[in-house]
Design a protein around this ligand. Sequence first.
Ligand code: MG
Length: 282
Amino acid sequence: MRRKQSAIQLKSVEQIRKMRAAGLVVAEGLAEMTAAAVPGASTADLDRIGRAVLARNGAVSSFLGYSYPPFPAVICSSRNEAVVHGIPRDSEVLAPGDLVSIDYGAILDGWHGDAAVTVLVGNPSGPDNARTADLIEVCRASLWDGLAAVKVGGRLTDISHAVETSVRAAGDFGIVQNYGGHGIGTEMHMEPHILNYGKPGRGPDLVSGLTVAIEPMLTAGSPHTTELDDNWTVVTADGSWAAHWEHTVALLEDGPWVLTAQDGGRAELAARGVQISALAGG
Ligand code: MG
C-alpha cells in the first residue's frame, strides 16, 4: 500500500534557511524569558519580553490571535498543573519551586518557528523540588531523544517511540496523549501530527525537506487532561504538575538541524551519536 505523504509540506534548502532565521528569534526570546522566570515575575512579564524580542527582530507572533477565541498573547505560559496553552496574566506571579512552561512562536518572512521550555522557578534544590526537577529533565531529555530519531530512511512513529522509550526508562511519568507535535512551515500547525508514544516504523517516511515540531508533554501523575473555561488552558485532571519542551527541526539528507536551538542541536545530538546537517555550519 502506498504511504500517504502528499499532505506534508517539504521545504527547499533556501526555505529551511528562512525557517532557521525564525527559529533563532524563538531561541533568543526563550533564553531571555528563561532568565526572567524568577520569583516575583508574572507570566505577563514574560509575555512582554516575548513581544519585545519579536519587535526587535521584525518578526510577528505565531500565537497572537490564533484560533478561536483568539489567543491573546505571544507566549503560552503554563504553570504547575497547567500542561499547555496557559494564558499569561499580571495576576499570576511566580514563586520559588513553581514550574512554568513557556511556549513561543515567531513568523519571519512568512515562515514559522515554534519551541518551548520548562523552567523551575528560583532553581531550588532539596527533596520538595526533586520530583519537579526530575519531571522537567525527563521531559527535556525525551525531546532530544525524539529529535535524535529524525533520520532519513526512518518513519514518523520512530520519533514517537523514541520519546516514549526515553520517558518509560526514566521512571513513572504520565505521557499526555491528547496533544502532540506537528508539521510546521508556512503555518504553525500542519500535517503530520506526531504522537509522543507508540510503536516505531509506522506513518510517513522521514525524508529530506521535512520540518516538524516535536513536543513531549509529561505529568508527574495521571496523563489525563481537561480544559479550563477560558477555552485555552489545558490542566492535568488530577492536579499533578506537568512539563513541556519543544523544538522545531528540519531534516536534510545528511542529518537533522534543530532550527530553534542556538547551536542547531549539535551538542545534545552528538551526545546521542547523531551528527547534525552540514547546512547548520561550523
Ligand atoms: Mg508546537
